[in-house]
Design a protein. Sequence first.
Length: 334
Amino acid sequence: MRIQSLPIQLINQIAAGEVVERPSSVVKELIENCFDAGATQINIDIEQGGARLIKIRDNGCGIVKDDLPLALSRHATSKIFTLQDLEQVVSMGFRGEALPSISSVAKLTLISRTAGAECAWRVTADGSESNFDPKPDSHPEGTTIDVRDLFYNTPARRKFLKSEKTEFTHIEALIKRMALSRFDTSFRLTHNQKEIFNLKAGLTYLSKTQRIANICGPEFIDHSVNIDFTASGLQLSGWVGLPTFSRSQQDMQFFYVNGRLIRDKLVSHAVKQAYQDVLFHGRHPVFVLYLMLDPTLVDVNAHPAKLEVRFREGRLVHDFLFTALHRSLANLRP
Ligand SMILES: Nc1ncnc2c1ncn2[C@@H]1O[C@H](COP(=O)(O)OP(=O)(O)OP(=O)(O)O)[C@@H](O)[C@H]1O
Ligand SMILES: [Mg+2]
């Protein structure tokens, strides 16, 4: 058999296999782009669990007209340029892959306007990375991305979508998790034109705890302590639940590394060990924790959907987490 190059749309559809598992993955990528654009207001409109419509509007920096085709092309990004940039990346995105992948499996329209531009510009894409023809449009400063009919051209994948309710539950949970990493940003979510929540931005302790209460339940604030711990250039802050406020599942554990929500075995292990003496067997702690460290000490390019990271000094991070949590919990004892 002869070897031939694949058409671009198919290349993007293959990439979409990793990036776009379900509607909530699209929402994750689009919101991360809003974060990277410096948005402080993000409006998310969902219809039919995201299968019919995912529309996300932000008030971030926008994209200049001439860059719109690049935004929708694979391996084009404004976020890194060199390997060194990748090794110390602090933005959520860096691959230049999300939008072309999404546009290859859904009907994507992008409208964007930068500060000082006379008007906004609109492009549509189908993953083939051709026929971009920006048209003028009206839109305030910022960007709206409209993703319709997810997997319309990949029926085998569409079949795997769960019910509208299940897919929406994933989306709602995801946005809440993301909202816990950005107290300075407002998030408004609607489903089938009905408002689900409207989380207002605020950086005071009171507004932060309000958001936490909104997402983790008001009891969490009453049954947790606020911690802030720094050592060896690492900082751990956030809220840890009292041992008496444990759960039977690991469903209320939020851990962010440099603002990125991740799941990580090393982290889980350190937390588990710290709680070992104070929790009954089979119970799981509740926490919202933020680890900040030098970005060169953590590899974010370790998982296709960026859900996992690799710590370059795993032992150091593990011991730091354990000590910080263990001490915080020990202080709680009467
Ligand atoms: N909401 C937005 N506001 C401003 N610029 C955006 C927005 N969304 C995308 N862009 C621009 O489009 C480019 C491509 O976005 P895309 O998500 O495909 O890639 P990325 O974010 O660079 O990397 P990754 O694939 O890791 O997400 C971005 O680098 C950014 O310049
Ligand atoms: Mg991105």
